[in-house]
Every structure is written in structure tokens, then in C-alpha cells.
Design a protein around this ligand. Sequence first.
Ligand code: ADP
Ligand code: MG
Length: 339
Amino acid sequence: MRYRRITALLAASVLILSGCSGFSGKRNQTYTDTLFDTVVNVRIYDAADDSVLKGCEELCKKYDAMFSRTAEDSEISRINNAGGAPVEVSEETITLIEKGIYYSEMSNGAFDITIGSISSLWDFKAESPSIPDAAAISDAVSHVNYKNIMIQDNPVRLLDPYAKLDVGAVAKGYIADRLRDYLEEEGIDHAMIDLGGNIIAMGSKLDGSDYNIGIQKPFDENGTPITSVKLSDKSIVTSGVYQRYFEQDGKIYHHILDPKTGYPADSGLISVTIVCEKGWLSDGLSTACFVLGYEDSLPLLETYQAEAVFVTEDKEVIVTDGLKDMFTLTDSSYEQVEE
Ligand code: ADP
Ligand code: MG
């Protein structure tokens, strides 16, 4: 008898729990914030309890504190400021750094997770931004080499005491994946996670049709799209020169840097958009492919079964085969070309 009462109580608590996890509550709720140096937008289409949105906020704030490059006490800053001494960090930071090393290896150093010594010289958001001193840039280049990261289980050590990690090109993709995992655990099937253009489309729209996702028109302040891409259950990430840049003497200086020169990557591209399964993969690939340029990106895309949209300085748009049926160019000042 007593046993049966306990079972009944248990059944009731399971019901209440599932009530909190996405099966009741309001539909179409959004969490918006400014974190990771960008605008965060998580839209949950399924009915969800307020606690689910709160959970997204807590996760975002946790990672913002953990991975920040500017906050002195973030785990990344502690490694960067240790002057080559070993630093104990969380397992998540280790995972993020390992992903950064993975990209650096697969792109043969076009992507380099130790680009911090160079990127910290460039301030694209300054009141009147300027090109850093050439000698400082060449000195910084000599401290960029992902092979100087030593991970012995945990701690992490930078073998070059002047090397600096910069997780700016991989953190948002990693965090988007963690948000997706969390929402899945909460029973959410339909949501749009957008961390400043690092997008994960979870499931489809509620009516089962694909989401329609635009790629921003370069340099357009209003965020007008030049394309629409139809997809479900994928991540889509764009790296573009127009996200952070300044202009000097008619030349654009932007935030995607070439580790070999210390100057903005000059690969003839304005933006690269990657579409694939995992957020962290698309995030790293978009930056790597931007530095590599169209031709040299193709083997990488093939290896990782990723699709891409390249927008060139000549206003040409190149779309890889697997994306063509889902892709529409909506701006007539750009031309879709076959390569
Ligand atoms: P966004 O941060 O605008 O989404 P990306 O994902 O392409 O764009 O990341 C660009 C950021 O990554 C830069 O702001 C800088 O912090 C870092 N970064 C720049 N160049 C490289 C590079 N070659 N390898 C690794 N990280 C880079
Ligand atoms: Mg990136």
C-alpha cells in the first residue's frame, strides 16, 4: 500500500517536471541579449515554460564570463596572462581550445587559435581606428603558432610566453551547440538560435516547412538580405568583412586576419557562409574558408561535407552544389555565377 502511494507521488512529480520542460507554457518566446560582443537571439517556437528561456540566459552568461577575451578573470585571459605558466581551467575551456587547435591543423594554419597577439593590436571598434605599427605587427606574427599550446589533460600552457589565445572565431559556434543540447534536453524541437549570425535552426517551422534564412547584404546597415536559403535542422554561419571593419585611404581593414601577415585576409571574398550539421564546425570553417579563399576552401568543404555560399569583391555569388536547390538570390546587384 505504502509502495503504491510512493509510485503515485512519483508519477505526479514526473508530470509536473515534464510540465516545466516544454510541453506547456507559451509558444514563440524569445531571449535577446548583447553578449559575446554581439546580439544574441534565441527563439523557441514550441510551447515552453519561462524557466527554459531563463536556462538559455544562464548558459549564455556562463560562457560569456568563461571565454571573454577582455574580462581579466575569464579562463581565456588567465591562460593569456600567465606568461607561459600552466593554468587549470574547466573541461569546457579545454574542449573549446582543442576545437581551435583542430581547425588550425585542418586549415594548415590559415585559421590559428593563437592569433590573439595580432588581433589584440587591431581595434576595429575604436573611435578613430588606425592601422597598427608595422614592427608591432611583425613581432606579433612571430608569436602566432597553435603548436605552442600544450594541454596536459588540464592544465593548459602556452610554450611561447607572448602567445595569446583568441577564441573569437569558435566560441559562438560552440555555445550555439550547447544551447541546442540544452533545448533538446528540455524537450524543444523547434527553435532558432542566433548568436550574431552563428545560427542553428532546430527542427523545422512548426508547420513542418523549412526556415527561410537570409544572408546579409554586405555593408548594408539595415541587415537587408541578398539571398534566402531554405533549411531545417542545420547550422548556418557567416563570416564577413562588413561585420567589423574600418576604412582608410579607400581600403577596408576588417577583423578576419591572415596569421602569416598580421593584416586582414585578402582572399577576394566579402563573405563566406557555411551550412552544415554542427555549430562549431560551421563557425570554424567560415573563418578558415574566408582566409583560404574560394579555391583552397573546396577540399575542406568536401572533407567535412559542408556547403557554402561565397560572396566575392566583384559582387559574384558562388553556391556549392548541395545548396543550389534551397538557394535564391534576391538582390539584383549581385550575380550568381558557376565556377
Ligand atoms: P565573427 O566573430 O564576426 O562571427 P568570425 O567567426 O569569422 O567572425 O571570427 C572572427 C574573429 O576570430 C575575429 O574577431 C578574431 O577574434 C578571430 N580571428 C581573426 N582571424 C582569425 C584567424 N585567421 N584564425 C582564428 N581566429 C581569427
Ligand atoms: Mg567563425
